[in-house]
Design a binder for this molecule. Structure first.
Ligand code: PFF
Length: 455
């Protein structure tokens, strides 16, 4: 039996691996700053609705498509609808989306890896507040440092993939996810025991609907999909590894709840500390790399320990997510060619290193190169946030709701009749109507907003 057909060895392992995929930079780096931007608690309420009504539903569709077919996206759609071969293109698009996302993801993960080193060696601690921003921009524009850290991170990811589905992905996730939870809890305790932490908590949780614009609502849905790793086929591949007698609904519910909990805890670990030291909470993407080092420095000597802990937490979260992205592409290459898993991993890793390095240099050596008036990183970021994931997600829900046989879906969700699926009607309605409409609105509105930024 090949490693792929073997799948995960236990329900716990399957859940840890999928939580590992879901919990990533999206939870710890992105969620807190966009929640800060769009009204704290108000954003959280909308986010929760999207996560459970659309994100979790999409995760279940991917699990069904994957587990039923035992294939990667390139073959999974057509397996479930053999008379419509054209759906394989949606599979290819999912794999391409994973390649684009991981190429950008390893850049940010490389920055994180560098920040572990910089905090452990005392470099960050030695900086004055006014130097922290310059330190960050010097690093990202450096001619080779971002590439070096990207290579380190990507090679670690690849080594785990080489270990296989059970001995690599599952084994690592079973250890790293509990470690991650402990780290985030320790940081939460530190943050809420600082003076004035209640200001940060109320910023985070008291809903300010005046800051929740239409843009905030769109951001909430985009973030819900990205955070749950849905809409790009990753959960189709992990679905094909889920044990046959696992309850797909319960599994998806647990993963969704854990992912959301970690995102909220990350907010609790960050905002009270940011307020306590008088920093700017709405400082966008720079929150983690520019504001937090200032916060850690203000804590005195012990701040270094928390800084190392924080960036280590961020890197662990990024690692298990990068694993799932790389695995999707590797599994696809193994399935659609005669190349074995070992060679597939090497080939895909080299491609990711090449595309990732180009992205990593886009602020430095390649800063003069523009695609459609954007830097390379900005262009890939647009592809990854505006175009590719929503298009794949829309394709997936339309396929599932309107092309796949209803009996097949019921058969898979109920484990061939063994489980009661009282939720089915509501679920099917969400997949057929609510999810496609919401996703189409997001797609068109964000395309419009990116083409006409001033309207
Ligand atoms: N869910 C990950 C995060 O929140 O950082 C990102 C991600 C991983 C997106 C895997 C998509 C994916 F397939």
């Amino acid at each position: 039996m090949s490693d792929k057909q073997q799948g995960f060895s236990s329900s716990f392992g399957a859940i840890m691996a999928a939580v590992g995929s879901a919990v990533g930079l999206g939870n710890i780096w992105r969620f807190p700053y966009i929640m800060g931007q769009y009204g704290g608690g108000a954003f959280l309420l909308v986010y929760l609705a999207f996560v459970f009504l659309i994100g979790m539903v999409l995760m279940m569709t991917e699990f069904v498509i994957g587990r039923r077919s035992q294939h990667t996206p390139a073959k999974a759609f057509v397996y479930n609808r053999p008379d419509r071969k054209g759906w394989r293109f949606l599979g290819y698009l999912c794999v391409f989306t994973c390649l684009m996302i991981i190429s950008q993801y390893v850049v940010l993960s490389g920055w994180t890896t560098n920040y572990i080193v910089d905090s452990a060696t005392g470099t960050l601690a030695s900086l004055q507040t006014s130097e922290i921003g310059t330190h960050f921009s010097n690093f990202i524009t450096h001619p080779w440092l971002p590439v070096m850290y990207l290579i380190i991170f990507t090679v670690i990811t690849a080594v785990i993939i080489l270990g296989g589905v059970q001995k690599g992905i599952e084994a690592v996730s079973k250890v790293l996810m509990p470690v991650l939870l402990v780290l985030v809890l320790v940081l939460c305790v530190r943050s809420i025991t600082l003076p004035n932490s209640s200001v940060g908590l109320s910023y985070l949780f008291s809903p300010d609907f005046s800051k929740l614009s239409g843009e905030g609502v769109l951001a909430a849905l985009g973030q819900a999909l990205f955070s749950l790793s849905v809409g790009m086929g990753t959960m189709i591949v992990y679905g094909s590894y889920i044990p046959a007698n696992d309850n797909i609904f319960k599994t998806a519910m647990l993963i969704t709840a854990s992912d959301t909990l970690i995102a909220v805890l990350a907010g609790v670990a960050i905002f009270p500390a940011v307020f306590s030291f008088g920093q700017d909470p709405a400082s966008g993407p720079g929150l983690v790399f520019q504001v937090l080092p200032t916060v850690f420095n203000s804590m005195g000597g012990i701040g270094t320990v928390f800084a190392v802990m924080f960036f280590f937490l961020l890197a662990l979260a990024a690692l298990t997510s990068a694993i799932s992205l790389l695995e999707t592409i590797v599994a696809w290459l193994c399935e659609s060619s005669s190349v074995n898993r070992y060679k597939s991993t090497i080939i895909v890793t080299l491609v990711v290193l090449a595309v990732g390095s180009v992205c990593a240099l886009s602020d430095g050596l390649l800063s003069g190169v523009k695609i459609l008036n954007k830097s390379i990183f900005g262009f890939v970021d647009d592809l990854n946030s505006i175009y590719l994931p929503p298009i794949c997600a829309i394709g997936t829900v339309i396929f599932f709701g309107w092309q796949m046989k209803k009996e097949d879906i019921i058969d898979e969700l109920s484990n061939h009749g063994a489980l009661k699926i009282g939720y089915f009607k509501a679920f099917y309605f969400l997949v057929r109507y609510v999810a496609p409409i919401a996703l189409l609105v997001v797609l068109f509105t964000s395309i419009y907003a990116s083409l006409f930024p001033n309207n």
